[in-house]
Design a protein around this ligand. Structure first.
Ligand code: PMP
Length: 427
């Protein structure tokens, strides 16, 4: 129990709507207030320790408070963080991003949401077309044109305040269903298709390779741009999920870890020079002939230096980092499947590498719809509270999705599996 969390929440409700800064962080009876983090562990305001499988919305790949990044950032604090001028770290960062995603040019944004907003704008400017294809259950942030069909049922308005006009050119598509995509877009003139290679909010469900290759072909056929939203996947796979799948998008958007995992101002979009040059104020001196992008905090030294340091670390320790993530992910996936089959319990495990989803469904989830329509949220909520009571955290109560990091160990995975086994036996 965390009585200090309860007290804080009572106070928070007076000043923050719903008592929280992001509604997804709320759970019954009150959220736990975290004070400190290190590696794979969190400590709340009462000093209770937790094993963390949420890893800051999946942003943290090499563990909380990773020493090389903290060291770089401490040094940078002395020099200044928000300078509002060009600085050396944005150049190093951009070069590192382009090398990581094997592309020509990049720009930093303040969030994943912003990265996607600018990517859509860029695609529309480049193709001189308007319509955007996005997938059911796909989450690209709160930008109006992409805030459609995120939560099931997908035909409901995703938020109050969204107007039909802002979303009328957004076409909802079924993930992992190439035939379905072809049927829906037949006769439509698309500017772009945006897709997460591993769809996150819908359940950490990986795309089939053939599906992504098919989308690539469709975009070539239709003269549309393919945008990969690698906000979650960008640094969880060496050189992004696009490298793993062997499919090259025209524009990549990313976020979270791109700012060194812990710092806001974490977002980027990058791509081919002929697309990105639409932003170039030297080649296009008049504002009406170029695509606007910018922001007060874009390129701040803290985020740029932290992001650059992370990429350096990921490159330097490439083998140990990505082998470890894959090994742990497989251990967790196979272990969970074994727990479910041994107990004759119907549940499915999805995922790829360090991303995993547990699904209490009656069908194998291959996309948002199949992850949602038969889902048993009551069991999911029971599991969530059982795990918290045993010192294990993940988000959300109805979405048991797991993010691993290099700070996790085989023992951490085994602890989760033992707990899951106990939970199923006592259901
Ligand atoms: N795209 C994806 C795939 C995401 O998971 C998220 C955030 N969870 C976003 C975009 C939005 O990023 P941000 O919260 O930084 O705006």
């Amino acid at each position: 129990m965390s009585d200090k969390s309860k007290e804080l929440f009572e106070e928070a409700k007076k000043f923050l709507p719903g008592g929280v800064t992001y509604s997804l962080r709320f759970f019954e009876p009150y959220p736990i207030y975290i004070r400190r983090a290190k590696g794979s562990r969190l400590w709340d305001v009462n000093g209770n320790e937790y094993l963390d499988f949420w890893m800051s919305h999946g942003a943290v790949v090499v563990g909380h408070n990773y020493e090389p990044i903290m060291k770089a950032v401490k040094e940078q604090l002395e020099y200044g963080i928000h300078l509002g001028w060009c600085n050396e770290w944005e150049v190093k960062w951009a070069k590192a991003i382009c090398s990581w995603f094997n592309t020509d040019m990049a720009r930093p944004t303040n969030s994943g949401t912003e990265a996607n907003m600018y990517a859509v704008r860029l695609a529309r400017a480049y193709t001189k077309k308007v319509k955007i294809g996005k997938f059911e259950g796909g989450w690209h942030g709160g930008y109006d044109a992409l805030h459609k069909g995120v939560s099931y049922p997908y035909d409901k308005l995703a938020s109050l305040g969204l107007v039909e006009d802002a979303m009328k050119d957004t076409v909802l598509l079924p993930f992992n269903d190439l035939e379905g995509v072809r049927r829906i877009i037949k006769g439509l003139d698309l500017a772009a298709i945006i897709v997460e290679p591993v769809i996150g909010v819908a359940g950490n469900i990986p795309a089939n390779r053939e599906f992504l290759k098919g989308l690539r072909e469709i975009c070539y056929e239709k003269d549309a741009l393919l945008i990969f939203d690698e906000v979650i996947t960008g640094f969880r796979f060496y050189k992004g999920a696009q490298h793993y799948y062997g499919v090259k998008p025209d524009i990549t958007t990313t976020g979270k870890a791109v700012g060194g995992q812990y710092f806001p101002g974490a977002g980027a979009f990058c791509g081919r020079a002929d697309v990105m040059e639409l932003l170039d104020q030297i080649k296009r001196p008049y504002f009406w002939e170029r695509v606007f992008h910018g922001g007060t905090y874009t390129g701040n030294t803290l985020t740029m230096r932290a992001g650059y340091t992370l990429i350096e670390e990921l490159e330097r320790n490439r083998e140990s980092i990505y082998n470890h993530l894959e090994e742990l992910g497989n251990l967790m996936k196979e272990g969970l499947e074994e727990v479910f089959s041994k107990n004759n319990f119907e549940a499915y495990v999805t995922g790829l590498g360090s991303l995993l989803g547990i699904h209490f469904t009656k069908e194998r989830p291959i996309n948002g719809l199949t992850a949602e329509r038969t889902k048993n949220s009551v069991i999911a909520e029971k599991l969530f509270h059982y795990m918290i009571n045993n010192g294990v955290l993940y988000q959300t109560p109805v979405k048991p999705y797991i993010f691993l990091s290099t700070a996790h160990t085989k023992e951490d995975v085994e602890r989760f599996l033992t707990l899951m086994n106990g939970f199923i036996k006592n259901l």
